[in-house]
Design a protein around this ligand. Structure first.
Ligand code: SF4
Length: 113
């Protein structure tokens, strides 16, 4: 006779449910990059591109692209590289694995077409 303990149906369902509960559920929309961290101003690429969390604080001497009436309309939130993921923050194709601020700006700003 086989002495191997049998896993009955009730135990199987219970253990399966417990195992599933341990799997973290992460929903990522199509085309969206998982980004856990908000970018900092001292990030080398951010610094080189003049990224700021608040577009009104852009150094327009270094980055005149944001000067004038058209420049004043430029924000991350209306840049083609931006996808909002949470209130006021989103992903940017220029900064993989980071979040940028919706009211922010950098010199790569491209209008949504
Ligand atoms: Fe913001 Fe666009 Fe620059 Fe990304 S590329 S930091 S979304 S302005």
């Amino acid at each position: 006779m086989d002495k191997t303990p049998m896993l009955n149906r009730r135990k199987f369902i219970s253990r399966s449910t417990q195992a599933l509960a341990l799997i973290p559920l992460v929903t990522v929309s199509e085309g969206q990059v998982w980004a856990a961290e908000r970018i900092t101003l001292d990030h080398p690429t951010a610094s080189a591109l003049g990224y700021v969390h608040d577009a009104l604080k852009t150094d327009t001497t270094r980055f005149p692209k944001r000067l004038g009436p058209e420049g004043a309309k430029q924000f991350c939130s209306n840049c083609s590289q931006y996808k909002q993921t949470e209130e006021g923050w989103g992903t940017c194709a220029i900064f993989p694995n980071y979040l940028v601020a919706g009211p922010g700006w950098c010199n790569v700003w491209v209008p949504i077409t």
